[in-house]
Write a protein that binds this ligand. Structure first.
Ligand SMILES: [Cu+2]
Length: 136
């Protein structure tokens, strides 16, 4: 009986270890996907959400130089938004942010390529809240 119990506990521990390993593998395999850094980079790109009450970013495309980039994201509107960098193998997503806030989001070592700046607040991307980010 005691041996059977020990075996059961051992099996449970193995399952827990396997699940934890799978989780960390999934995180590691995602490459450039992840959270923004809170650090401030020398290169800073201003981005404004919702200019004049429209569901869009203030520019159809933004340009940056490959490397560390801090986006200064201003939301002067009465509506909440969200800031994501997607495409070209990366996926950075901010939490939602409220009305009348300015938030900074830093990407470290972003390679040259073409990305999208997207608001994933429900319905906003479909309404047009998506712009290009060209990194050279
Ligand atoms: Cu939005």
């Amino acid at each position: 009986m005691k041996r059977w119990r020990t075996g059961l506990i051992g099996s449970l521990l193995l399952v827990i270890v396997a699940v934890l390993a799978a989780c960390s593998a999934a995180t590691g395999a995602s490459g450039g996907a992840g959270d923004f850094s809170g650090d401030l980079a020398a290169q800073q790109i201003p981005v404004a959400a919702d200019p004049g009450g429209a569901l869009r970013w203030d520019r159809p495309s933004y340009e940056a130089t490959a490397g560390d980039i801090t986006f200064i994201v201003k939301n002067a509107s009465p509506v909440g938004h969200q800031f994501s960098i997607e495409g070209n193998g990366v996926g950075y997503k901010s939490p939602s942010f409220g009305a009348n806030t300015t938030n900074t989001y830093t990407v470290k070592g972003l390679p040259a390529g073409e990305y999208q700046i997207v608001c994933n607040y429900p319905g906003h991307k479909a309404a047009g809240m998506v712009s290009k980010l060209i990194v050279r």
